[in-house]
Design a protein around this ligand. Structure first.
Ligand code: HEC
Length: 160
């Protein structure tokens, strides 16, 4: 081969190499930028709730804690004294539905809380416990009796 042809081949090879290096570089830059603008991309879903999560930060969105017809929309909990304490302590691990679909008296609410503390990593609620239990007993007490009262003082009459 002539020297001159060899040279052209060499130039071509170098050109291709540079082109692919540049392509690689562009892809890397693009990926980096993408990650930088999506900081949540690699955030782990943190289900292991520790004490530092006791107070959930309220976002700045206006509708976040909106209440409509006496219901806290985000959770479905009744709007009453202690609502936000319950929202902040009782909706981190499971849906608030688990709370609202249960109706219990004071002893059973307290023992449900103890059970979660002993087996599910629920934190010590401190002075909030009273607020929470009061809220629960007031708004989610045991359902009314399922059966009607026994009839008394009936005036029987004979069918004709
Ligand atoms: C640290 C996590 C955690 C927090 C915080 C938490 N719970 Fe629970 N809770 C659980 C787990 C886990 C279960 C079991 C869920 C299941 O069975 O699917 C549970 C179950 C329940 C149940 C159903 C119990 C049953 O007998 O089926 C109720 C009611 C309940 N929680 C109420 C509450 C209330 C009220 C609060 C706020 C004081 C609260 N939870 C906060 C973890 C938590």
């Amino acid at each position: 081969m002539e020297d001159h042809k060899k040279f052209r081949l060499l130039v071509k090879a170098i050109y291709r190499l540079l082109l692919s290096l540049f392509g690689l570089f562009a892809v890397m830059v693009f990926t980096l930028l993408f990650i930088m603008y999506n900081p949540d991309l690699f955030k782990k879903a943190d289900l292991n709730v520790g004490e530092e999560k006791q107070y959930v930060a309220v976002t700045d969105e206006e509708d976040f804690d909106k209440i409509e017809n006496g219901i806290h929309l985000r959770t479905g909990l009744v709007d009453a004294e202690g609502l936000m304490t319950v929202v902040n302590n009782c909706t981190n691990c499971h849906s608030a539905k688990l709370v609202t679909q249960n109706r219990m008296n004071k002893e059973r609410w307290v023992s449900t809380i103890r059970w979660m503390q002993e087996t599910q990593n629920l934190w010590d609620l401190g002075p909030n416990e009273e607020v929470i239990v009061n809220y629960l007993v007031t708004n989610y007490p045991p359902s009314k009796k399922g059966r009607r009262e026994i009839l008394k003082d009936i005036e029987w009459y004979v069918l004709k």
